[in-house]
Design a protein. Structure first.
Length: 169
């Protein structure tokens, strides 16, 4: 008997802010799976600091960016707690993560192994970054934007506007 088809996956992240690299992974994931939910993590203590944007702002920016790209069928939901619990709660049987470099792989493999231990019914899928976005990260975008430089080639237009408002206000 064959394995069950995965019809619903989650693309989790902090998305502080969403970048064109994130958008590429979400778009490509949508081509692979019929139902995609982007899970925006609260991550109040990510790497010992808070986020630049509130959870509500990050959810709204993602919804707007996805709508502008014609991906309004991708659901965006905030979450706190364990990712596997979130997946079980919405009926998703897969987690999709984008990988840019070997350092991403090492971290994400460790997370995937832990998730498998806690919830063996949830599969982990890795999508390689498009090389043109391999150097793009939310932290780089925030740093460049906070110094008043242009990040319009790294983020969706609606996010670029929010960054200018956030750092130039």
């Amino acid at each position: 008997m064959g394995a069950a088809r995965i019809d619903h996956v989650v693309v989790p992240g902090t998305f502080d802010p969403v970048t064109l690299g994130h958008m590429d992974v979400i778009s490509r994931t949508r081509k692979l799976f019929p139902r995609v939910t982007v899970a925006v993590a609260a991550s109040v203590n990510k790497r010992g600091r808070g986020t630049a944007f509130t959870l509500e702002e990050r959810v709204e920016m993602l919804r707007q960016a996805l709508a502008e790209e014609g991906l309004s069928d991708v659901e965006v939901l905030p979450f706190t707690g364990l990712l596997v619990d979130f997946c079980h709660g919405i009926g998703a049987l897969g987690v999709v993560k984008g990988l840019r470099a070997m350092t991403d792989f090492e971290y994400e493999l460790q997370q995937a192994d832990l998730n498998c231990h806690m919830a063996p019914d949830i599969e982990s899928v890795f999508v390689m970054s498009n090389p043109k976005y391999g150097y793009v990260s939310s932290s780089i975008v925030r740093e460049i934007s906070s110094m008043g430089s242009d990040v319009s080639s790294l983020v969706p237009p609606c996010v670029n506007q929010r960054l200018r408002e956030h750092y130039c206000a």
